[in-house]
Design a protein around this ligand. Structure first.
Ligand SMILES: Cc1ncc(COP(=O)(O)O)c(C=O)c1O
Length: 421
């Protein structure tokens, strides 16, 4: 496992006490904490280099532009893109997915065409496609999951037809932690000349992602879930596909020339980055990628799988805890969704907070997935490189306490304050 004691020294927020207890941060699927290296890189950027990019010949503007361009290169290398020009900075995965859906969908979809999604998608990889389908008269199809939360691959084979133009799928579920076999789905999509769009919001921060070996066409992810600041994200696309698209937004910085009746777009990636970009965010993302690369993505994934394995073992010992998702750890990342039978998920999360334990509760922007599983919500613990077995122990102790209190209350006939609902 990773040396979490050493890693935690880089994350100042982990020294915080919450409700008088050591902060146990288990809400990494929502957003990650930031190491001093990233915080300092952003600070240094504002203290030494701040200027607008690609808009000036003065020294600061040149230096800021170099840093900003370097950030594209570092991210490109991280995902093994064919070139840095294929890396477009956005505000996050949601914006990236919207850009792909609208730019690609509006151009290529015709009435009767089909878009294949899965029931486990985050709303951000579902709603933009539904909107575009509505506009263009296309049809959305959903691939189902097994009861333990794996995709039904045989359904992909039926769902993908000659009418399929787009297959959009998450690489890793933000609720169940299921890792999907993207290579297999890409092969099916390409067999009918459809494009495959991958939502990498949960995979890129936690497992090695190589766009070439996955053989995908588009990838979206957010910086804030991978140690970088909020407000910076990535849209990666194959150059030939990006080049033929019309950027959704346009304006300053995205063009080579404009007359009153003509426009010549800038080269990639700038034609997709109209307006002053989030330069400090890009600098922070570059530093975050360097940090993750130094630790090693394989090591991070292995570490999180060990945490999940230990969590599942401990949770199985608790009679009233129901855990969701696959037990096949080959295909599972560091996310555990669960419920305490008879108790409301929000109440469980609120009580855990009184113990300094941060988890998320609700439907995690994946309502259709919860409805498919027949659930009103779940509590979700999600891990990262600074979480250790001690964090899992704290969570389990917290759950034991909650169960004990709820049982004491019902044994003396006091109606439970946190019943299911
Ligand atoms: C699988 C998945 N896709 C997309 C998103 C959207 O990311 P963002 O809110 O950073 O745009 C999230 C965020 O939780 C996610 O988990």
């Amino acid at each position: 496992m990773l040396d979490v004691e050493e890693i935690r020294k880089d994350f100042p927020i982990l020294n915080r006490r919450v409700k008088g207890r050591r902060l146990v941060y288990l809400d990494n699927a929502a957003t990650s904490q930031k190491p001093v290296q990233v915080i300092n890189a952003v600070k240094e950027y504002y203290e030494k280099y701040n200027a607008n990019v690609h808009r000036g010949f003065h020294t600061l503007s040149q230096e800021a532009s170099e840093l900003y361009e370097k950030a594209h290169e570092v991210v490109a290398k991280f995902i093994n893109a064919y070139s840095w020009e294929e890396v477009i900075f956005t505000s996050g995965a949601t914006e990236s997915l919207n850009i792909i859906a609208y730019s690609y969908g509006l151009k290529h979809l015709r009435e009767g065409d089909e878009i294949v999604l899965t029931v486990m998608e985050h709303h951000s990889n579902m709603l933009p496609w539904r909107r575009v389908a509505e506009i263009k008269g296309a049809r959305v199809k959903y691939v189902d999951i097994t009861d333990d939360g794996k995709l039904r691959y045989e359904e992909f084979e039926k769902a993908i037809t000659e009418r399929t133009r787009v297959v959009a799928v998450t690489h890793m579920s933000n609720v169940l932690g299921t890792i999907n076999d993207i290579r297999r789905i890409a092969k099916l999509a390409h067999s009918v000349d459809a494009v495959i769009v991958v939502d990498g919001a949960q995979s890129v921060p936690h497992i090695p992602v190589d766009v070439r070996s996955l053989d995908i066409d588009f990838l979206a992810f957010s910086g804030h879930k991978m140690l970088a600041p909020t407000g910076i994200g990535v849209l990666w696309g194959r150059r030939d596909l990006l080049e033929e698209l019309t950027p959704l937004k346009t304006g300053g910085g995205a063009i080579k020339d404009v007359t009153l009746d003509s426009v010549v777009l800038a080269d990639l990636p700038w034609r997709f980055e109209a307006g002053t970009p989030n330069i400090a965010g890009a600098v922070g993302l570059m530093e975050a990628v360097k940090y993750l690369t130094r630790i090693g993505m394989e090591n991070i994934h292995r570490h999180e799988v060990e945490l999940v394995e230990y969590t599942l073992k401990r949770m199985d010992e608790l009679d009233r805890v129901e855990v969701y998702g696959t037990r096949d750890l080959m295909w599972r990342g560091g996310v555990v969704a669960f419920n305490i039978k008879g108790l409301n998920h929000h109440s469980v999360a609120k009580i855990l907070d009184t113990m300094g334990i941060a988890v998320r509760s609700g439907m995690h922007c994946a309502h259709p997935l919860h409805y498919r599983l027949g659930l009103k919500g779940t509590v979700r613990a999600s891990y990262y490189l600074y979480n250790g077995l001690d964090d899992v122990d704290s969570l389990i102790e917290g759950l034991e306490t909650i169960i004990e209190i709820s049982e004491t209350l019902s044994s003396i006939g006091v109606s439970d304050v946190c019943t299911a609902g």
